[in-house]
Design a protein around this ligand. Structure first.
Ligand code: ADP
Length: 483
């Protein structure tokens, strides 16, 4: 086998339901996008098994919530420590099923674990409130209680972290969870389940149910009255389906959906720093993140210098198999992703853009693609409206600050935005004007467990991380006491 795991039991294709492992006779194959090689046969669970997992999570929820915050915190902390103790193995599994370079996979494991640590700490601080009564004999007390059973649906681009940052706040708050990971990358999720069990997370509190029937399983999570909330990370298209389906039982919703992040470079910016920031904001995870810079707007005075420097940096990036070689860029997740990248580039070229570097499939074949810079971009091109989710940096020229803001906000999405500038009044003005949930000012990397991650407009509902992140898993109950 190509994986060299210290603990081979972390690589499992069995579902994890009510503290037990199930394989069943129906399975599906998970393959390495860099080689096409099969990594594991994974249990193909359906609506019946999912429903059993929901029952288990429902039965486990009240006892889990009845424990002290300190108790839940200690268990989550043990899970965090186990994740970090196994970072090498978890990173190998992640790279093998998803394709990102090993160094990035290790970074993701640490990033996911940081949410577990953060919410382990927060578990002890689910504070309520007291409010002076409205009548002399009245006292008002605000309690915070777990919402109940949470259904989580996660994508393939961060198979560990997107799940960890849902499980951690849910369990800290006293909720239990049924998680359905992406069918492309279930192995990282199942490995997290193995470590959760070892950490002492009780049977039924966390269930991980892989399966190919995404639509059927999503519909069951939305329809089942025992599920109180859906937490989803993925496309806006599927987010809308879940919202519609959840309406019938008024599901609480946390949705981390698509983005189309603007990245603006003003004349007064530090150009070298802006190039550095663009490299990170665009090419991390091969451009396959929802906060990736998708539209790079550069002011006239620095346009040529910026484009030239960025193209030189991008042309020097190394591409290859992230498991065996110390590369900066791995393969795209699948042929559909490759086709979208090619379509976006072809559309831009047809409308007058120019390839500054890249623009074609890589000699390695498969879904490898040359990191690309396009110049001469205009608003009518597809990339201006749609998330590319690939290694394409499209550069647009603008003249005035007002125009840059108008272009940046001309999107139905509002997840992340970035800009580089040094004038303090401009920094404040632009940060306030951008219609996004997150703004990176003079930085291309904004994700951290200590800050509230989330979007506005059609990029979603709710926040993950920070003390705000716990609220998504808590209900408010107010008690009016007559004395
Ligand atoms: P991406 O473009 O990141 O693959 P998707 O929204 O298609 O985004 O996928 C995110 C997750 O949603 C994956 O786990 C996928 O299997 C799941 N999914 C896809 N379609 C549905 C659906 N109709 N209902 C529920 N989940 C779905």
């Amino acid at each position: 086998h190509i994986l060299d795991l210290k603990d081979p039991s972390l690589l499992t294709g069995s579902a994890y339901i009510n503290g037990a492992r199930f394989k069943g006779d129906k399975v599906f194959a998970v393959t390495n996008p860099a080689t096409g090689e099969e990594l594991a046969q994974v249990a193909n669970m359906g609506v019946a098994e999912l429903s059993a997992a929901i029952d288990a999570a429902h039965a486990a929820q009240k006892p889990w919530a009845a424990r002290t915050g300190k108790d839940r915190a200690a268990i989550l902390r043990r899970w965090h420590d186990l994740i970090l103790a196994n970072v090498e193995d978890l990173a190998q599994i992640l790279t093998a099923e998803m394709g990102k370079p090993l160094a990035e996979a290790k970074g993701e494991i640490a990033y996911g674990a940081a949410y577990v640590e953060w919410f382990a700490e927060e578990a002890k601080r689910v504070y309520g409130d007291t409010i002076p009564g409205h009548m002399p004999d009245k006292r008002i007390i605000v309690l915070k209680q777990p919402v109940g059973v949470v259904g989580a649906i996660t994508p393939w681009n961060f198979p560990n972290a997107m799940l960890a940052r849902k499980i951690a706040p849910a369990l800290a708050a006293g909720c239990t969870m049924v998680a359905r990971p992406s069918e492309l990358t279930p192995l990282s999720a199942l490995a997290l389940g193995v470590l959760a069990e070892r950490a002492g997370i009780p049977a039924g509190v966390l269930n991980i149910v892989p399966g190919l029937d995404a639509a059927g399983m999503g519909a069951e999570l939305c329809a089942n009255p025992k599920v109180a909330k859906i937490s989803f990370t993925g496309s806006t298209r599927v987010g809308k389906i879940l919202m519609r389906q959840g309406a019938e039982t008024i599901k609480k919703l946390s949705l981390e959906l698509g983005g189309n992040a603007p990245f603006i470079v003003f004349d007064d910016a530090d150009i070298d720093a802006a190039v550095e920031g663009a490299m990170v904001a665009k090419f991390r995870n091969n451009g396959q993140t929802c906060v990736c810079a998708n539209r790079i707007y550069v002011q006239s005075g620095v346009y040529d210098a910026f484009a030239e420097k960025l193209a030189a940096r991008v042309a020097a990036m190394s591409v290859g198999n992230g498991l065996t070689d110390p590369v900066q860029v791995g393969p795209l997740i699948n042929t559909a992703a490759l086709a979208k990248v090619e379509d976006h580039i072809a559309d831009a070229l047809a409308h007058g853009a120019t390839v500054a570097t890249g623009g074609a499939r890589h000699e390695l074949g498969g879904t490898f693609f040359h990191p690309t810079v396009l110049t001469g971009m205009t608003p009518e091109m597809k990339i201006s409206r749609e998330e590319t989710f690939g290694p394409v940096a499209p550069i647009y020229r603008f003249e005035t600050e007002d125009k840059a803001i108008a272009l940046a906000n001309a999107s139905e999405f509002g997840l992340a935005g970035y800009f580089y500038a040094r004038d303090l009044s401009r920094v404040w003005r632009v940060a306030e004007a951008l219609e996004t949930g997150m703004v990176g000012v003079n930085t291309g990397l904004i994700s951290t467990e200590v800050a509230p991650f989330g979007g506005i407009k059609q990029s979603g509902l709710g926040r993950e991380g920070s003390h705000y992140g716990l609220d998504d898993y808590l209900e408010i109950k107010y008690m009016c006491l007559s004395v």
